[in-house]
Design a binder for this molecule. Sequence first.
Ligand SMILES: [Zn+2]
Length: 428
Amino acid sequence: MKLFGFVISALVVLSVFGNNCCCAEKVRYDNHTVYKVLIENENQLTIVKHLSTLAKGYNLWKPFHGIGSDAHIMVSPKMKNAFDSLMELNGFEKEILVENVQSLIDEESSSFERDATFGWTSYHGLDKIYAWIDEIIEENSDLITPFTIGKSYEGRDIRGIKISAKEGNPGIFIETNVHAREWITSATVTYFINELLNSDRAEIKNLRENIDWYIIPVYNVDGFVYSHEKDRMWRKTRQPVKGSDCIGADANRNFDSHWMENGGALSDPCAETFAGPKPFSEPEAQALADFVTKIEDKINIYLSFHSYGQYLLCPYGHSATDFPSNYEDLLAIGKSAADAIKKPYGTQFTYGSTGSVLYVASGTSVDWMFNERNIKVGWTFEFRDKGRYGFVLPATHIKPNAKEAVEGVIALVQKSSDLGYLKNKRVN
Ligand SMILES: [Zn+2]
């Protein structure tokens, strides 16, 4: 353990020098490598936990849920030797997922906003997405009502649209891109909106005519803009944290439902899953909670789009051993969605409760809606892939991923309806 202590101290000291460049320039990820490491014992778990809180030189891509799980960790070139030694000394099994993150980012940048008009062969920034939202609002004024849930820390409007063909429909809320670097999520939801508005397919017409949709295409607007302009790997909000040099919190750990319980978030402001100094410290989380509270009785299903890992996750997030009373129904819904997602391209999604299937995550929006707002069907989608590209999923995946998501949502809604969750007047 002495040696372990020494290596950890060395990592802390080295990490100061393992910093990415800062300030005005874009952060570069030349020769940053993403490793998948298997956690097989307590000692290894302690080490990975520690690495995940080091802001400099390390970045956790996929969190872990204890012994038997794996973590995906991006390591800067300056930290690679120390990382390799640490892995070897402690008997870690590891493999490389992404050799050089910057080369993926360069490829992505070369096709950025390539579409002459708004489309789904390249990724788009916030301005372009909002301009497209304005266009569809104008073209579909009979169907779409715009709304704003509030302002982000940096003062941007957090915009949404309601798509409603008639009075009295049950409602589904979709919130997307709370984690800034998960660009595939807003690309997918805009595709989904386009299908809802224009498709002649009977299943989609049914969704258009008989459901009210409340959709926020980019929820963490500040983080999203920052991920485009400064740091492609940015995840959190952009509100400074008192007493720390690290910025932002994980808005999806900031909701006041089992906040910070069971290790499902971290109190270290430099961690990617920093829960914030207190529940609803982030204006974005507070704004969403306030908005949904006002329309709670109109919402039957709550969906949150994320990447990556190919999971469908329902409550609870705060516990790996505690399950909601309607868990059997939720599993039936999850199975329907996973089966449907698999149909177009054979892509496999794993479904089940967040805590038992992926990792304990407390204070998430889906859990808050479920526990505090009586929205009894709540799902987190973790889209493509399983780590080959991770957050920098090539734009060629947008359409296939979106098509799978459309199939998944159709099946999820159908099964929820079959099980009685789309009744207009929900009984409390
Ligand atoms: Zn996410």
